[in-house]
Structures are given as structure tokens and as C-alpha cells.
Design a binder for this molecule. Structure first.
Ligand code: MSP
Length: 662
């Protein structure tokens, strides 16, 4: 495999002093999406994640639990591995810093650096922060406390071992300046340069066992253990199989293309790690990408003690793993901070997944099933509309690929959603219901084939983001994952045009909507805010009608003749605006299959913005006497589903305007 088709991405390895939260899941999902994308493109991509198990924090937690540190780690690692299974992480390896192979690598590196004079012993006085696990000088302190964590520090004088980090300061500055995309995003690069230009000191890389014994022994002085960061950072190389003086096999994986990290661990990665590599005479990684932080809805740092931490498993339970992954990638650009709110999550879910993508898929499948026998139709009569859609697709694929290649997932998804929206608009403009009504099967087949091709293309491209849901979508249109991946590769290589992949006559599987819409926050989430879900209990499923005796007749029962007097017809909403005189009313123009659209005044402005209704197919009572409502004629009535708290949705169906509803 050529070097440009090899890809290696890492996440930070997570401390096992707690269980995973939204920030950890975010980092891992981002890395997973990047690696899945490379694999989809046919690259040999390697994804490493794992746990950071040594050091003070972990020791403290183990002590608090009355367990040995190793037992504590063995117990906690289960949660971290479970996060991987739950969120479909496709890591090639899960490293633990207590793994014998890793320990051996750390010791060998230390020995090599010691023998080459890169490590020396000195006595040191400094302010030690247990929470940040590092020493600070007097001038670093803020109000006498740790500048990173704000926690108290202790003055400590002790002998320790130091790595000659300071001697690499200028070389590191030169490297960063010569490689402008080495540290991303740019503002992080500038932060690191600012830090380096103040002068770089040496790094204390040991802890005396009498103070903290939970770590890897220094191979040249077993009264000391290795500083947890010096140990942890080496995981990125120990797993590929690096050993000083060993063979070069590790270069099959190394150097890393991306070390994906949070912005809080920028210095350890771009300064400690890179100078370590310089001293080890090992090639440097290509990029260090620092992402932002998820904050609470009001911009506060999240923490369990503040009670504002987000339980990602709850998101996955209620909205699905794929929707959660999608949200992470679409909501914020990689590098920016994000404020998380459940309402914001649901709004994006409904708009992008239930409406845009879900609708596209459902319309493609249901219309083809209803009107074309549920088989992939042939592209019989392509015209200008199809050419336009193809050129939107070509551009979207290009932009999406560029974004995915460079970890700009938000930009990539923004570009792809232009195509999804264009697909829905194409359906509206092509009006397959009218083609069906006219009996124009050639055009109808062309339209439906085009939309199905779009589903295949979008489904394939989105596999790295939403693996399970897209596999489901592809399955519904009779396409396997390997087929869809091959289609994407062929499109990216310009071997086929986008939307020219499917075979004729493949059986489709309509199924339920892929992303069901949420009207209100799920009960388990609403309950977090102490707001019991006020939705009335779902009516119990209708029991099978007993054969004997006949079901009780409701008091307000009507006979069929009465029912037949009500003329219900399907209508497509063409226009919609607010009533100038009444806040609760919308004025809607509906095509009910008559020469002129009907004007109807409907009391649903509380629930829908006008633009949400345009294009929807609904059920209209067509033989109501026209009435004037606040000065505007209303000629008919829209059927809406309501409960005690008001209208929930309009009753609708996928069928031709004018079709009788019986
Ligand atoms: N063990 C070190 C990393 C060693 S890598 C050689 C560590 N672990 S951590 O578990 O504390 O954090 C791991 C990652 O989670 C960091 O990249 C951190 O930025 C990220 N996040 C923790 N909270 C976060 C948010 N609220 N939002 C986004 N990511 C954040 O640091």
C-alpha cells in the first residue's frame, strides 16, 4: 500500500478515574468517522484508542474504592470498552498503559534516552498540583493555585529525573513554522508558538515512589516511577511496535496522520510529545488536531458535581447511536466549542434526519412501492432536471470528500445536505404524483430512479458517519454495504458519474421511517428537568375485534351514509402564509386536484411555521361550506391530529392531490 494510502489516527487515551462522558465519546466518534472514511476510500487505515491507567488520579480513585490500582483499572476499563461497542467505534486496537508490551516500550525508550544523556538527575523545588499532576514554578501560579485546575498546590523539594526538553525548543518552533498545518486549528498553533517563545525548560519525567508508586519503574532507578504523561504519550508508538534500536516495522503504521486531542491537552502533545520524538530520532506525526469542548447549554463547563453532565447513553437510547454520531459531527466545526442542549439536539434531529434525509428516503421508497411495483425502475427519460441534479451531486461529492479528508466534518455534511435538500426539491418539482396520475410511467420511472440513486449515493457517503442506519437505508434499496462503498469509490475516482450505480428491477423494502420524528422531548429526557412528560398516554393498541358479541356501539355512532357525506381528499400544500389578523391562523393554498387550488384558513400557526407546510400532502374536508375567518375565505378544512394539549400534526399521506380518502 503506497504511503499516501496509509492512515493512522489516534484518540487520547482516557483516564480510568471515571466513566466516559460526552467529551470522550465526541473525540472517539470524530476519530472513528475519519478512519471509516479512509477505509471506505480503500486506504489501509489504523485507529488506536485506549486507556491511561497510571498516575496519581487513578491511584487516588483506586484508594477511594479500597481496591488495588490494577484491580480498579481492570474494573473501569470495561466501561471504556463498552463505549466503543455502543458507539460503533471501529478501533483496530485498544491499548492499556498497563499492557506488558507498552510497559516494555516505555522502559526501553527511557533506557535509551538515559544512555544517550537525554535524561539527567537533579534536585528540584516546585509547586506540585495533584490534580494536574505536574509541577509549576512560583510565577506560573494563579492566586497561589494551579493555573490549570484552580486547585491548591504543595511546595515540594525532591530529586527527580529530567528530560532535556528545553534543548529542542528552537527546533520545535522551526518545525511548526515550516509546517503550518502541523498544529490545527491555526489558533492552537499560535498558542503553542506563544508558549514556546517564552522559553522552554526541561521536563520532570519521574515521581519518587515514596510519594506516588503507581507507574512504570524507571529502568535505571527503581526508586522512581515514570511521569504519567511520559508513559501515556508513548502508547502512540508502542502499539505500532516501536523499540529503540529495533527494526523499522513500526514505520508501516507510523507516523500518525492525526493525533486527535482536546484543546486542554495541547501542550502535552505538541510540546512534550514532539520533543520526546525528536530526542528519540523518530519521524514526527503529520498533524495534531485539537478539538473544542462541549459545554452545557448556558456555556458552563460540564461536570458530574455540577449536575450538568450529559449522559450520551441516554441520547443513544432515545435517538439512536447514529443520530448521536451525526449530531456531534454536524453541530460544531472541529476545533470549536459547542453548547449542548437536548432541545437543540432534537431540533437538529428533526430537521436534518427526520425531515431532510428521512423524507428523501421515505418518499423514494414509498412512491416507487406504490406506483411502480416496488422494483428499481429504469432511467427511461432523463432530461434537464436530472442533469441539474447530477451536477449538484457532483459538486456535493467533491465538497464532501474534501471536508472528510481534512476532518472538516461539519463543512462536509453541510455540502451533502445541499444535495439531500436538492433531492427533495427535485421530487417537489417533478411532481411524481401528477406523473402517476397522468400515466406518464417513463417520466415517473426516471424520477423515482433518480431519487433512489441519490439515496444510494448519500447512503454510501454517510456510512462513516452513521454506519448502522446507512446500512439499513442501503438494504432497503437492495444495496449491500460493499456495493455502496464500491459505488462511492468509483464516483470519487471519476469512473462513474454520481447517480449511475443501481441495477434495474431490484426489489425495494419500504419499511418504517428511518428516523421517526419527535414531537416533544422523550420522557426520560424531559424527566431530567423535572418536567413530567404531559403527553397523554398512548391509547392501548386496539384489541382484535371479538367475533361475538358485536362491539359496543358508541353513543355518537353514525352510519356509513352519514360518513359518506363527508368528502375527504388528499391535497398538496402549495403556498402558506400567516393570517394578517390572527396569530393562530395560517392561510394555505392547497391543490386538491381541482383546476384551481383551494384557499383554507387553518388554526395551526402555533405548531407550524408556514414554510414547514409547503410541499406536504394532507387530508382535506372538501365539502364544508366556505366561511370567512377574520376577513379571509376558508374553503375546506385540513385534518389534524390533536390531543388535549393541541394540534400535533396534520394527517397526511403520500398520494396524488385530489385522491379520495375513504
Ligand atoms: N489521559 C489523558 C490523555 C493522555 S493521551 C496520551 C487525558 N484523559 S482524559 O480522560 O481526561 O481526557 C481525554 C479527552 O477527553 C481529552 O482530549 C479531553 O479534551 C476530552 N474531553 C474531556 N471533557 C471534554 C468535553 N467536555 N468536551 C470535549 N472533550 C473533552 O486527558
Amino acid at each position: 500500500m503506497s504511503a499516501d494510502k496509509r492512515f493512522y489516527i489516534t484518540t487520547p487515551i482516557y483516564y480510568v478515574n471515571g466513566t466516559p462522558h460526552i467529551g470522550h465519546t465526541y473525540t472517539s466518534v470524530v476519530a472513528d468517522t475519519a478512519v471509516r472514511w479512509r477505509r471506505l476510500k480503500g486506504h489501509a487505515a489504523y485507529f488506536l484508542t485506549g486507556t491511561d491507567e497510571h498516575g496519581q488520579k487513578v491511584l487516588d480513585k483506586a484508594t477511594e474504592r479500597g481496591m488495588s490500582p490494577k484491580d480498579h483499572c481492570d474494573d473501569m476499563v470495561v466501561h471504556w470498552k463498552a463505549m466503543g461497542t455502543r458507539f460503533a467505534l471501529s478501533n483496530d486496537h485498544f491499548v492499556r498503559t498497563t499492557d506488558p508490551g507498552h510497559v516494555a516500550c516505555v522502559k526501553a525508550v527511557l533506557m535509551d534516552l538515559w544512555e544517550r544523556g537525554e535524561i539527567y538527575k537533579d534536585s528540584y523545588t516546585g509547586w506540585y498540583s495533584t490534580t494536574a499532576e505536574r509541577f509549576w514554578t512560583e510565577k506560573d501560579l494563579v492566586d497561589g493555585k494551579c493555573p490549570d485546575t484552580g486547585q491548591p498546590v504543595t511546595k515540594i523539594e525532591e530529586s527527580n529525573y529530567f528530560f532535556r526538553m528545553g534543548s529542542y525548543g528552537q527546533r520545535l518552533i522551526d518545525h511548526i513554522e515550516a509546517n503550518p498545518d502541523f498544529i490545527l486549528p491555526e489558533k492552537r498553533k499560535n498558542e503553542v508558538l506563544g508558549f514556546l517563545r517564552k522559553g522552554l525548560g526541561d521536563l520532570c519525567i519521574s515521581r519518587p515512589k515514596e510519594r506516588m508508586a503507581w507507574g512504570i519503574d524507571l529502568p535505571f532507578d527503581t526508586d522512581f516511577v515514570t511521569y504519567v504523561w511520559f508513559d501515556a504519550l508513548l502508547n502512540y508508538l508502542s502499539v505500532p511496535g516501536y523499540l529503540p534500536g529495533g527494526d523499522d516495522d513500526y514505520l508501516g503504521t507510523w507516523p500518525a496522520d492525526y493525533h486527535l486531542i482536546g484543546k486542554d491537552i495541547l501542550t502535552t502533545h505538541s510540546v512534550y510529545w514532539i520533543t520526546m520524538l525528536m530526542a528519540m530520532q523518530v519521524p514526527l506525526p503529520k498533524h495534531i488536531y485539537a478539538h473544542g469542548w462541549w459545554m452545557s447549554a448556558d456555556g458552563e463547563k460540564m461536570s458530574k458535581s455540577l449536575g450538568n453532565a450529559i449522559d450520551v447513553n441516554l441520547l443513544a437510547d432515545e435517538y439512536g447511536v447514529c443520530a448521536t454520531r451525526y449530531f456531534f459531527l454536524r453541530e460544531i466545526a472541529l476545533g470549536a466549542d459547542g453548547n449542548f442542549s437536548y432541545q437543540g439536539f432534537q431540533t437538529r434531529y428533526n430537521a436534518d434526519l427526520a425531515n431532510d434525509l428521512g423524507n428523501l428516503a421515505h418518499r423514494a421508497l414509498s412512491m416507487t412501492s406504490n406506483w411502480l411495483g416496488g422494483l428499481t425502475p429504469a432511467l427511461e427519460a432523463p432530461g434537464e432536471l436530472e442533469a441539474d441534479l447530477r451536477s449538484v451531486a457532483t459538486q456535493a461529492v467533491r465538497d464532501y470528500a474534501e471536508g472528510m479528508d481534512t476532518l472538516q466534518f461539519k463543512a462536509a455534511l453541510d455540502a451533502l445536505w445541499e444535495l439531500v435538500k436538492a433531492g427533495n426539491k427535485y421530487i417537489d418539482t417533478s411532481a411524481p404524483w401528477a406523473l402517476n396520475k397522468k400515466g406518464d410511467t417513463a417520466r415517473l420511472a426516471t424520477v423515482m430512479r433518480s431519487v433512489l440513486e441519490l439515496c444510494n449515493l448519500v447512503g454510501g457517503l454517510l456510512l462513516p458517519v452513521m454506519p448502522a442506519k446507512m446500512e439499513e437505508l442501503l438494504g432497503r434499496i437492495g444495496r449491500s454495504v460493499p456495493q455502496a462503498e464500491a459505488d462511492v469509490r468509483a464516483v470519487l475516482a471519476d469512473e462513474i458519474e454520481p447517480m449511475a450505480a443501481l441495477d434495474d428491477g431490484v426489489t425495494l423494502d419500504l419499511g418504517d421511517p428511518l428516523f421517526p420524528r419527535f414531537r416533544k422531548l422523550p420522557e426520560a429526557i424531559a424527566a431530567l428537568f423535572g418536567e413530567p412528560d404531559e403527553a397523554p398516554e398512548q391509547p392501548a393498541k386496539k384489541a382484535k375485534a371479538p367475533k361475538e358479541p358485536p362491539p359496543p356501539t358508541p353513543e355518537d355512532a353514525i352510519g356509513y351514509d352519514d360518513f359518506a357525506k363527508v368528502r375527504l381528499q388528499a391535497g398538496k400544500i402549495l403556498e402558506c402564509r400567516r393570517h394578517p389578523e390572527a396569530d393562530k391562523l395560517l392561510v394555505v393554498k392547497v391543490d386538491v386536484g381541482e383546476p384551481e387550488p383551494r384557499q383554507i384558513v387553518a388554526g395551526v400557526a402555533d405548531v407550524f411555521a408556514p414554510e414547514q407546510l409547503v410541499g406536504r400532502t394532507i387530508v382535506v374536508v372538501c365539502n364544508l361550506k366556505p366561511v370567512k375567518l377574520r376577513g379571509i375565505w376558508s374553503n375546506g378544512m385540513l385534518l389534524a391530529a390533536s390531543n388535549e394539549s393541541g394540534v400535533q400534526d396534520l394527517v397526511g399521506a403520500v398520494c396524488d392531490p385530489g385522491a379520495k380518502v375513504k
